[in-house]
Structure formats: C-alpha cells, structure tokens
Design a protein around this ligand. Sequence first.
Ligand SMILES: Cc1cc2nc3c(=O)[nH]c(=O)nc-3n(C[C@H](O)[C@H](O)[C@H](O)COP(=O)(O)OP(=O)(O)OC[C@H]3O[C@@H](n4cnc5c(N)ncnc54)[C@H](O)[C@@H]3O)c2cc1C
Length: 450
Amino acid sequence: MSDVDGIVLGMGPGGEEVAGRLAEAGLSVVGIDAGLVGGECPYWGCVPTKMMIRAAHLLAEARRIPGVAGSATVTPDWTPVAARIRDEATDDWDDTAAVERFVGKGGTFVRGRGRLTGADTVVVDGRTFRAKRAVVIATGSTPAIPPITGLSDTPYWTNHDAVEAKELPASIIVLGGGAIGAELAQMYGRFGVSTTIVEASDRLLPSEEPEAGDVLADVFGAEGIDVVTGAGASEVGHDGQFHVTLDDGRRLSADQLLVATGRRVDLAAIGAESIGIAPDARSLPVDERLRVTEGVWAVGDVTGEGAFTHVAMYQAQIAIADILGESHVPADYAALPRVTFTDPEVGSVGLSAEAAERSGVDVSTSVVAVPNTARGWIHGPGNAGVIKLVADRGRGVLVGATAMGPSGGEVLGLLALAVHARVPIEELRSMIYAYPTFHRGIEDALRHLE
Ligand SMILES: Cc1cc2nc3c(=O)[nH]c(=O)nc-3n(C[C@H](O)[C@H](O)[C@H](O)COP(=O)(O)OP(=O)(O)OC[C@H]3O[C@@H](n4cnc5c(N)ncnc54)[C@H](O)[C@@H]3O)c2cc1C
C-alpha cells in the first residue's frame, strides 16, 4: 500500500491537467493511465482529426478557384496527412514527452488499468494506492458500438483506426451523423473516397438546430457524399467488402465501415460500485464542485456534462481549486460552446430553440442565411450557413445561438460571451459590427429578433 496525497485515474486532458497542477502545488500525486498520457484528444481525437480537416479544407478551397480566381488542378494525397499526424501530432503515438512533463512537475506516473476499491483507494496491477486528500476520476469515454447484428464480427473502424490509417479506402460507409461522423465523412469525400453517411435520426447533427443539419446535408450532397437519414443499420456483414442492411431494407456496400455512433462511459470497469455508483449508470454524477462523493472528484467525458476537451479543462480548474481549498466559481454549463468542424463549421452555444421551449422559456428566434449577409455574398463559393439566435423574451437575453458558416466556430465567440454574460439584447443591438465580417451577420439576425 502506497500512501499519497492525490490519485488521478486517467490522464487525458482533464486528468493530466489536474495531476500536473496538484503536483506543482507540492502534493504527492500518482497519475495512472492504461493508454497514453494526453488521452483521446491529442492522439485519436481533436488534434489529428483537425489536421485531416485542415487538409481536406485546402482541397475544397482549391476546387473553388474556377470561376473566382482562375483554374486549379487538385490531386489529393493522403501521404502528407498521415505523416503529419504521425510525426507532428502524435510522435508516432508515443507519450514520452507528456510523461516526462508530469514527472518533471513532481508527479509519479503508473502505466496500467486502475480500479477503485473504495473512496480513497485505487488498485493497479496488484499495487494499491491510498489517497489522503483526493481521488480524481478522469477516465474519459470510448466509442459506443451499437448492438447491430453481425457488426462485432467485422473489422470495422473506430476513430482510432481512422486516425492511424496510412492509406484511405476507395469507399466508406460512416455510421453516425453526429459531429465526429460528419467531420470525417466530409473529409473522406474531399479526399476522393466514395462516401456514404448514415444517420438514424431524420437529419445530420441531430443535437444541433435543424437548420444546421439541413444546410449540411445540402453541402454534403453538392460535394458528392451520399446522405442517408431516417434509417439505421440493422445488419452488417463483411466478405472483403462491408455490406450494411438498413432497417428500411436498403443495402449499402463499401470497402470500409467507420462506426461513429457516439461515446460511452464504462463505470463497471473503474469499480464505481465501490463508491456507491451503479455500474450501468451513463456517467459519474458530479456536483457543481465536481465532487462525486467525499474525497472523490471527477472531470471530463466521464461526468457526462459534454464530451469536449474544453469541458474537461474547465472542470479541471474547478476541481483543482476545490481540492486545494481555493475559492472558485461553481460549474455552470448554461453557455457551453461546441463546434463541429465541418465546412461550413457549426458553432453553437447554450440551448437550442426546442430545448429552450421544453424548459419553459418564452422563446423568440431569428435565422439569417449567411449567403444573404454582406460578407457571405462577397465570399461566394463555400458561403453556406446560418446564424440562429434563441432569445428569452422575458429576460431580454440570448439563451442559445448557432453560428454556422465559414469560420463559424470563431464567429461563435461573440455569441458565447453574450449567452455567458447574459448581455441584454438591447446592448448587443447597440454595438458596432465591423463591415464586412461574418460576425456582422449577428447584427442582421438581431434586427429580425422580436
Ligand atoms: C474523433 C474525435 C474528435 C474530437 N474532436 C474534438 C474537438 O475538436 N474538440 C473538443 O473539444 N473535443 C473533441 N473530442 C472530444 C475530446 O477528445 C474529449 O472530450 C476529451 O479527450 C476528454 O478528455 P478526458 O479528460 O475526459 O479523457 P480522455 O481523453 O477520454 O482520456 C481518458 C484517459 O483515461 C485512460 N483510462 C481510462 N480508463 C482507465 C483505467 N481504468 N485506468 C487507467 N487509465 C484509464 C485512457 O487510457 C485515457 O488515456 C473529440 C473526440 C473524438 C473521438
């Protein structure tokens, strides 16, 4: 049994931040990870997928040259993308630098799969660690594989295989039209892969405003991606090719199948029942200080508060302050921003109109098509998008917004501040918006808001 001040189980973005900062504060800290320090984001998530998307975006921009700026011949090549991911993003999936960074701060790193055996103890490969001050659970999430007949017997891809691929398939079916599926499907299409995206809900990006999914489906269609919505996969087979039978009877075939149907948290695997949490719960319930129970905190995807690196980092700051006994603002997700890095990017914050109505808000909305704004019209090809505002009529503030368009994630910044700081709509209307920027479209949308 080794006694320490703190144990951090899972060293993804959330755990790495907590463990490093507690060690820097002088606490004896053990950081445990079964995989790579840094977690999903730098090795198989945000960073490498955004490198892929950047490359695909360059191809798309080059294809927009005709009719605007001359002519261009575009020949996609995956080689530099795979090399950049291997060499620049992931160091060939080697976390030596991250481990050294943590150890350099005074932490102790243990590679292995840990399991809670009580509120203050974690067992890793037969070694037991006991925390005097804090156990922090930051074990993240893994791909949720749906129980589709035949699927588990096939060599389907998850985001891990997609990111590690040295070559692209000639054709691919992407199961799941959420953020990850949509981002990767568009990227494949732009690299010349014959691509079909399948989403069981009636539109792409089902958790976003309907306008966003509709515009994205049009963009995908124009780029030659087959979009199937309103039909899920009921059976999958593999005989060298993948064959997917949809529940409406249609049959699709392709060289590769990517499963991007969401993420899951495995509480049974981390021994959550030892702290009184049902092992089949969807996530670890945390309070506004990120406490699960006395002496146990959790941050990141495992909390179910939003599977984003910025959520893990935000929660990490609060948990660190709480553990160190410093004052902090309680966690609040009312202005949680999220970006789907398709082209156009879909940035959104706070509540959708439907969610706001469901929660009893007296909602008024306004939607402006980006091509109808000054900058959108000037931009020309690639200008698809919408700006949608969701206001609380009673309070006179925005409770949600979507900025979909070129650099939609950047335009979102202003809207995220407005929702976060509850800036009165009259105040937003009195601002000067630079001409002709994409964010000036927000002024147009405000004008149409009741
Ligand atoms: C394809 C893809 C693209 C994404 N793009 C974005 C994006 O653009 N922007 C964004 O904000 N987010 C993005 N995300 C989400 C982001 O990667 C996650 O929200 C973030 O990594 C969560 O961090 P975390 O700290 O919860 O842990 P994770 O990154 O999930 O890491 C958890 C760590 O815990 C370890 N672990 C798990 N169980 C145990 C155990 N029992 N013992 C020891 N170690 C264990 C794992 O090995 C892992 O290293 C993307 C995700 C994917 C899959």
